[in-house]
Design a protein around this ligand. Sequence first.
Ligand code: ACO
Length: 362
Amino acid sequence: MNNGLDDVVAAETTLSDVDGAAGRLLIRGRSLDELAGAVRYEDVLELLFSGFFIGLPNADHLALALGEARAQVFSRLPAAAAFLNLPVTEAVRALIAQIADGDDLAAALRLIAAPAVFAPAIIRMKRGDAPVVPDPASTHAADVLRMLHGETVAPDWAAALDAYFVTVSDHGLNASTFAARVVASTHAGLTSAVLAAISALKGPLHGGAPGPVLDMLDEIGRPEAAEAWLEAALDKGDRLMGFGHRVYRVRDPRADALKQAARRLAKSTRSGAGRFALAESIEAAALAILARRKPNRPLKTNVEFYTALLLEALGFPRDSFTSVFAMGRSSGWIAHAKEQALTGRLIRPQSRYVGPLPERAA
Ligand code: ACO
């Protein structure tokens, strides 16, 4: 019995390959190092969706169709009023649950548009600000930031969010993608698959780590305090958020891509350089301590550490980080759901019963 299904191959995919020993991520045959910062999220959508939707347009037309989907999804916002007492990601999930299941490209684009429109609107509504209507002609990343801040942001901000979306767009059979594939294997439809995935993503062992990363930075406060704080946390049995990975044994290539994006952004934001320097010194202290304490288990910086810095610098509140992750990863979830439904089998593993047995009749 393999409790965490470590190393179990449960799907064949043409979508992405996570090579943990080499620290390499391939998306449809192209390495992340080549894609991040070089192509738009809309280009990755075309890559991931190709072969799964009849009449898939090219990336430019896909960008326009996605913009129209944002405008359509915006009309569903009145329902948000009922969910403003929930954390942002749970409110986003509740709104997505109201979208009917479907399997075609229109259904897929609605589900990619949904977190991108709902999260900025909910953040604003919680603060008492009016939601901002999407601009269908904008790129996805620039529009998300415009809807969040109420004005067009600087191009380097939009480029940083675009690089983030590309970086997290797909990542093999991670927990949320597996959840999406399990649901898709029953042919339940794309909304159901995406809802399962968001629910899995939200946990701190998966996509919920960046908020706690910032809490850690705040508690440590200054580089000199890092070592004592980190040692004390590990002595208590806590895990250091933003470190370790089930598959990567060397670098997580996404952490490198996002560190570069966060560094670029830090230069253009007030207080950004100091925050970035603090993060870098805490990262170095954590890596040294983890290497000393767990010599047999390489524990490196994962995607969530610099995600936290990047999304904070872009002005997202902590309880919305998982929704921003979902904006990028929804492309991968949907492609995997389509792949599973088209080529896979109903996923139905076995459990071994270890509970009580009925007493034998005398
Ligand atoms: N801090 C301290 N120790 C750790 C950490 C960590 N972040 N991660 C793993 N370890 C230790 C474990 O305590 C264990 O030690 P032991 O053998 O002495 O008991 C050893 O490393 C192996 O741990 P596993 O539980 O087998 O590792 P697993 O593959 O299940 O964990 C995970 C992967 C969940 C990501 C883990 O590293 C972790 O909890 N990290 C912190 C949370 C985090 O950053 N999550 C985001 C992950 S990225 C993503 O999903 C998008």
